[in-house]
Ligand binder design. Structure first.
Ligand SMILES: C=C1C[C@]23C[C@H]1CC[C@H]2[C@]1(C)CCC[C@@](C)(C(=O)O)[C@H]1[C@@H]3C(=O)O
Ligand SMILES: O=C(O)CCC(=O)C(=O)O
Ligand SMILES: [Fe+2]
Length: 379
């Protein structure tokens, strides 16, 4: 579906409330776990709330054969990835090598964080312009279409010899959460390992050097985000996460058994079936630029429900901030393609999404004019 048509059917990108000075904190936090009526700030436009009964027909890719170098299994995985990524950029992987006990431990630990009293959670709230910390519905950043969710995010530097995740948990939440820090240190290390395998699979499917993307991301700095979606009395009027494509490169998401992740493709929303033994993989805007638009970064959202809380663990893979994002030469020469996107850095796109623009369906289209006008990038 062309972006312009998509744009008509989804809300125009909204700009943030001027992010120079967030409003007075005391007036903008919501305790979603104690909310009875739905505040108007959480009501979304009707066009964003279209309900779906359809399920996404994304492939379930068994990684075991690919990792072992089995020729037939690799050919099968490559074909499934190529088709899915050319269409909507979503697929699920099994035999991914991430310990199922580690995933269970990660949910148990983050449940304890989200169950803390609101004033304790606000003691480690996200600082303006930053990524790490707690947020209640992003109410300090936006003044309308607030997402019905609490989030807790932190950065993860690959090749992390100094256990920075543990140090962050200890400094932000206190000694009592050091154990939680170790669980997420291990979780992020597992996510990084899996992401590098996925990048090899993507490179093979694009017919380029198998290690190209692996080497590009090896020293990357990623973002771990835990989403907590409380039950909502008026779940049909709000969204847990609004329609967007991820500005990042690759997303590795585990959703609990409740379900709620939906993908917009073929002009309709499609639910992604929860599979506790699988991980959902989707491409982000930065990877779309890294493959010159061959593969799609796709619009998706998260819906909520009246009865059950829902959680998702989302690992966003990002390159080192200052690396220039451009597609590999041999992807361009072989097919004689012209460039779809100008050079940029993740540092500039992250700055744009954190301080100037709310990531939605048109983030890249809005980013490049900003980049040019604000003389960012190559100073
Ligand atoms: C770089 C990022 C910005 C967001 C977190 C990561 C990748 C996904 C982005 C996000 C989830 C897209 C929807 C809007 C958003 C504001 C959210 O609902 O959380 C986005 C994240 C963010 O800006 O914090
Ligand atoms: O919670 C989900 O299933 C989706 C969340 C998401 O898309 C995001 O955090 O970028
Ligand atoms: Fe997303």
């Amino acid at each position: 579906m062309s972006l312009s048509v998509l744009m008509e059917s989804t809300p125009s990108p909204i700009l943030l409330r001027p992010s120079i000075e967030p409003r007075d904190e005391t007036s903008i936090h919501f305790d979603l776990q104690k909310q009875s009526a739905l505040p108007t700030e959480f009501v979304w436009p009707r066009g964003d709330l279209v309900h779906t009964q359809d399920e996404l027909n994304e492939p379930l890719i068994d990684l075991q054969g690919f990792v072992k170098g089995d020729v037939e299994a690799t050919a099968h995985a490559v074909e499934l990835v190529r088709t899915a990524c050319s269409n909507h950029g979503f697929f699920q992987v099994t035999n991914h090598g991430v310990d199922s006990k580690l995933i269970r431990d990660a949910y148990r630990e983050i449940d304890a964080v989200f169950k803390l009293p609101l004033n304790k959670k606000l003691s480690f709230k996200r600082k303006p312009g930053g990524v790490s910390g707690y947020s209640a519905a992003h109410a300090d950043r936006y003044s309308s279409k607030l997402p019905w969710k609490e989030t807790f995010s932190f950065g993860y530097r690959g090749l992390d010899s100094d256990a920075s995740v543990v140090r962050y948990f200890r400094s932000a939440l206190g000694e009592d959460f050091e154990h939680t820090g170790w669980i997420y240190q291990k979780y992020c290390e597992s996510m990084r390992e899996l992401s590098l395998v996925i990048f090899e699979l993507l490179a093979v499917s694009l017919g380029i050097d198998r290690f190209h993307y692996r080497e590009f991301f090896e020293d990357g700095n990623s973002i771990m985000r835990c989403n907590y979606y409380p039950p909502c009395n008026n779940s049909g009027l709000t969204l847990g996460t609004g329609p967007h494509s991820d500005p990042t490169s690759l997303t590795i998401l585990h959703q609990d058994e409740v379900g709620g992740l939906e993908v917009f493709t073929n002009n309709k929303w499609h639910a992604v079936r929860p599979r506790q033994d699988a991980l959902v993989i989707n491409l982000g805007d930065t990877f779309m630029a890294l493959c010159n638009g061959r593969y799609k970064s796709c619009l998706h959202r998260a819906v909520v429900n009246r009865e059950r809380e829902r959680r998702s663990l989302v690992y966003f893979v990002c390159p080192k901030e200052d690396k220039v994002v451009r597609p590999p030469q041999d992807l361009m020469y072989r097919s004689g393609e012209t460039r779809e996107y100008p050079d940029f850095t993740w540092s500039d796109l992250l700055e744009f999404t954190q301080n100037h623009y709310r990531a939605d369906v048109a983030t890249l289209q809005s980013f490049f004019p900003w980049l040019q006008s604000s003389n960012q990038g190559f100073k």
